[in-house]
Design a protein around this ligand. Sequence first.
Ligand code: SAH
Length: 516
Amino acid sequence: MNCSKEHTGVVYLVGAGPGDPGLITLRGVECLRRADVVVYDYLANEQLLNHAPPAAERIYAGKIGGRHNQDQEEINALLVEKGLSGKVVVRLKGGDPFVFGRGGEECEALQSAGIPFEVIPGVTAAVGAAAYAGIPLTHRDYTASVTLVTGQVGKNKDASSIDWKRLSLGNGTLVFYMGITTLHRNMTRLIENGRNPHTPVALVRWGTTPEQQVLTGTIADIAERAAQACFKPPAITIVGEVVNLREKLRWYDRRTLFGRRILITRAADQAGEFSNLLTERGATTIECPTIRLIDPCQWEPLDNALRNLGSYGWLVLTSGNAVRCFFKRLQVLGLDARALATCRVCAVGPKTAEVIRSFGITSDLIPADYKAEGVVAEFERIPMNGVQVLFPKADGARDLVPRKLEQMGARVDSPTTYCNILPDKLPAEALFALERRSVDCITFTSSSTVQNLANMLGTDRMLDMLKGVAVASIGPITSKTCRAVGLKVDIEPEEYTLTALTDAIDAFFSNEAGYI
Ligand code: SAH
């Protein structure tokens, strides 16, 4: 029995921020890492739950569109119960816990029950959504104040106490929360109480997320515009002259890949870097790994080579995976980079060279053309007769490099260093997106990603699912495989790197007619 669980626990009310999972505080993440229980909201980004230990209990206590899935009393009781049982509880709330979040009521319940609590602030929707919409809430030329208001006007609601006269006077920025269903009524009240009907207004829905939508108008016409556009909650309403600055300052939804959904077919442990490059330009990425890396069936050939690295003139590494698996095995054998002291190293391209450098080795040769043919072309300029070459490779990889080097008189060992296999199944999210035809672009970064996807889905089904989806391939070899299975390649960079592929995708969508 764990004694520490016997005493009272603690409840952290953590502000999850407005949507972008990067907008939670460091302290908030620290609390999540220690959580035994996480009680989270409809507005808190579910990705944040990944910070909690896998074993932590995750309880959804959402409230959707004012319909309380769980009554506030029940949530308070749940927090008290979990706290009393000695757990570390994180109450993860959208935005800031104390801004229209009923965090105050939750703290009161905890305080009465004698349960220690802490409140970790968050970026509230007004601040987050305004920033991502390019609207400064205050500006020396336009306004010196900002007021956060609830839009829920009605019997027994807090808004009945709103002093509309005061709110309408002057030029202070107003931000309404929960004010979409009551938009018409609230805007009318502002006009009735003296605000200029031409004052600009912006509605920001799902601010700070790839689903962000912004609708602008004036106090007089925004309600009608919202009705026409079927604009739905959750959204904030920003009222004030500062809204006009958006046209000049919008940055988030102006990025070229904003709103584009891009499928990544690389192995799960490699998708991150590519995903980051794409999301920085505003894309939403969906991971759909078609490759799983596993160990080779036998280590002997590689181990023999690693124990005799001194006998090789060259080590040729043609992918980041080959590099990582090579050095991992070297370490398992109790060796390190010093074993390469007398051996020169060739990297297929700058990315592979970067991975090699992370293990303390600078590559001696990087071909101008980042592919197997480029490697061969470089070696054609060097006397290779009798030179021993080590070429660690993936099981079943192309044998062009060893074959050509042998023709030049080299003695080549190409032990299998890792195997690419098909994963058991594709992730549900990726399949769902493909079936719903909600993917804008699919990316292939090697021939095996193409072949494996075709094998997993069946070629006909794959071709059907990818109708109207832009196909992006990293280079000519991958493109050839795409065409061989019947896919038309829309995007192919000149340089075979992820950065160049990202640039090419960016250029493709920037040129697309009708894209705003
Ligand atoms: N505690 C939260 C507010 C909860 S009230 C905070 O500090 O942000 C719920 C309201 O917040 C929604 O109706 C909507 O008006 C606003 N809201 C929350 N997240 C939002 C987002 N990402 N974009 C726009 N409005 C949001």
